[in-house]
Design a protein around this ligand. Structure first.
Ligand code: 5CA
Length: 440
């Protein structure tokens, strides 16, 4: 992509309305624009990151055997009357009336719709276990939408729903999602800590929130510092095997959100120098709620012995759009964003310091073509702006690598490669620079 053709409306000044760094940087880097309170458009740079995150989330879900579908955003109120949540959900639910005076709503979550799909098609334990997910926009009329897309009113969520015959099988489904979440967040370059959590309006008796530690987070959290050194299971993990040892390891130290925090237990279990009491960003939340919805909505299955039982369910959410902000909170410096490789909107920023100069243009076009052929996504700054402005923009948008081509270097046959994260610069021949970026 050439910068001269790319819609990248960066802002010079820091927008006054943005209170936290990720919101400021997303506005400045031209990733999002507010449409109304808590509702944003995703501009090309931001949309690229959103899609990359979505794809990693999808791959890790598919690896567990979960199947993707797509449910609507607009749901009929009657389903929510059946579960009893239509009145309970309160003002957070955006209620809509269609032209036939039917009550509809913009889905804040999908337990009812998926339970309706399930009860219409599944009758026997032989069709279980089943785990279905979608990645779809949600709407919650939050009292205080804030921090940009971190607490939006419209936001993108990945939500799964698992169906099992009994509590033991349901526990295995829960464990699978637990492990998939550890892997997902690690691939996104994040340290997410599973913490005991409240179940709120979703309900159920077992729940973990996955939390990124950050001063700007909305939740107060308490945990053992050991978690910072834990690593997620690798890609070879067998989801059909007994996952409880992994879960046991990841729940072996104290970690709780404010609502579940027990100060006495925290002090007893965690040595003082290992206590972390800080704030965090909730990027995922998993629930096991048994038969809460299946009983209310009549989603029953026939067991091996011929008796009908309400199906055991769980639901599992990841805040896909929130993750964009969470990653920035965890990875930035004074100059801008520092994207982890896995979600970077482009792999390399190629800067032509003197657009219009024949030697520079031809070198840059050649490098651009070669990097592209090697499968890298390159953003080429081919504008005729000043060098300082070009460097500042590249640093702001945070691509992992910069390759800088100028007339002086070219005369001695070198270009500069800069790693955004460390700021380290290296002068290399064009061939060596290409080789270092493509790993060839
Ligand atoms: N049905 C369940 C799980 S599928 C559910 O809705 N869970 S949730 O309420 O915890 O939301 C799942 C995830 O969505 C949260 O962990 C959070 O990362 C994200 N999320 C929730 N509310 C918002 C919001 N207002 N803005 C951005 N992301 C949000």
């Amino acid at each position: 992509m050439r910068m001269s053709q790319f819609f990248l409306p960066v802002l010079k000044d820091t927008p006054a309305e943005a209170q936290i760094v990720s919101h400021r940087l997303m506005l400045r880097a031209g990733m999002i624009r507010q449409s109304s309170a808590g509702i944003y458009s995703w501009l090309p740079l931001g949309f690229r990151v959103l899609k990359k995150i979505e794809q990693i989330v999808r791959e890790e879900q598919d690896a567990t055997g979960a199947q993707e579908l797509l449910m609507p955003t607009i749901q009929p109120a009657d389903l929510w009357r059946e579960s009893g949540r239509y009145d309970d959900y309160g003002l957070e639910m955006l209620r809509i009336t269609d032209r036939h005076e039917r009550d509809m709503l913009f889905g804040p979550t999908n337990e009812e719709v998926i339970t309706d799909i399930f009860r219409g098609s599944i009758r026997s334990y032989r069709q279980l276990p089943l785990n279905l997910y979608h990645i779809q926009w949600k709407f919650r009329d939050e009292v205080r939408p804030r921090f940009g897309i971190m607490r939006g009113r419209e936001f993108l969520m990945k939500d799964n729903y698992s169906f099992d015959l009994d509590t033991e099988a349901a526990r295995h489904s829960y464990n699978k999602m637990f492990v998939a979440y550890l892997r997902t967040f690690e691939r996104l370059g994040l340290k997410a800590i599973p913490m005991l959590a409240d179940t709120g309006p979703i309900g159920g008796d077992m729940s973990h929130e996955f939390i990124i530690l950050a001063d700007t987070g909305e939740s107060e959290v308490y945990c053992h510092a050991d978690y910072l050194d834990f690593t997620a299971p690798d890609a070879g993990v067998d989801y059909e095997s007994d996952l409880s040892p992994i879960i046991a390891h990841w729940t072996s130290r104290y970690a709780a959100t404010d609502e579940k925090h027990d100060a006495v237990q925290f002090e007893n279990e965690v040595p003082e120098e290992r206590r972390i009491a800080t704030r965090g960003i909730e990027v995922g939340h998993i629930f096991n709620f048994g038969s809460k919805y299946s009983k209310a909505m009549g989603a029953n299955v026939m067991g091996a012995d011929g008796t009908e039982v309400p199906v055991e369910m769980g639901s599992y959410g990841i805040g896909v759009s929130r993750l964009v902000g969470a990653i920035i909170e965890a990875s930035h410096d004074d100059d801008g964003i520092i994207w982890p490789d896995s979600v970077a909107p482009f792999d390399v920023g190629l800067i032509n310091l003197k657009a219009g100069d024949e030697a520079c243009d031809s070198a840059v076009n050649d490098i651009y073509a070669k990097l592209g052929e090697a499968g890298l996504d390159v953003l080429l700054d081919d504008s005729d702006g000043r060098a300082g402005g070009k460097f500042a923009t590249m640093d702001l948008i945070g691509l992992p690598w910069q390759l800088i081509v100028g007339p002086r270097g070219l005369k001695s046959g070198v270009v500069e490669v800069k790693e955004r994260r460390t700021g380290e610069r290296q002068e290399l021949s064009i061939e060596a620079a290409i080789a270092s970026l493509t790993g060839s």
